[in-house]
Design a protein around this ligand. Structure first.
Ligand SMILES: [Zn+2]
Length: 150
């Protein structure tokens, strides 16, 4: 038995009798562990202090008050079953609508789509890449820009 289990057993022993095997293990541990013996001493002192304080007595009409409260709760009409079902259906419909909107948005998110779709979208660009590179090269030449001004 380790110290944590021993201290749990000490607490448990205050409320109830430990099973005999567990009680023997606890006693064996307490013989060898001074920290747990100290814990036991403090717990026993605290427990004994509680004996000095009398338990508060309930008021004379405590039982009558509890019964009256229980009767008032029981007397409240429960919401009609069909309204409960309707409320659940509305919640379910709202969940389905939110889920559907989420899926719809996710599918239309920019950049979404399969790699094939992106390839098809940019196919013209890939096919005319040589031409575009040559246009950039021409634009960089001063000759062409001077010619364009005229
Ligand atoms: Zn211990």
């Amino acid at each position: 038995m380790n110290c944590q289990t021993a201290q749990e057993c000490l607490l448990r022993r205050l409320d109830e009798a430990l099973p005999s095997a567990l009680a023997r293990e606890l006693e064996d541990h307490l013989r060898t562990c001074s920290a747990c013996r100290e814990e036991q001493r403090l717990l026993t002192e605290s427990w004994d202090l509680l004996d000095d304080y009398p338990a508060p007595a309930p008021s004379a009409d405590f039982t009558a008050q509890v019964l009256a409260k229980a009767r008032s709760v029981a007397a409240k009409p429960a919401p009609a079953r069909r309204f409960l079902v309707l409320r659940r259906l509305i919640r379910l419909a709202a969940c389905v609508a939110i889920l559907g909107l989420g899926i719809w948005s996710w599918q239309r998110w920019p950049g979404r789509g399969t790699p094939d779709e992106a390839l098809i979208r940019d196919l013209d660009l890939y096919e005319n890449l040589d031409l575009l590179e040559n246009l950039d090269l021409l634009a960089e030449l001063d000759l062409v820009s001077d010619w364009a001004k005229e």
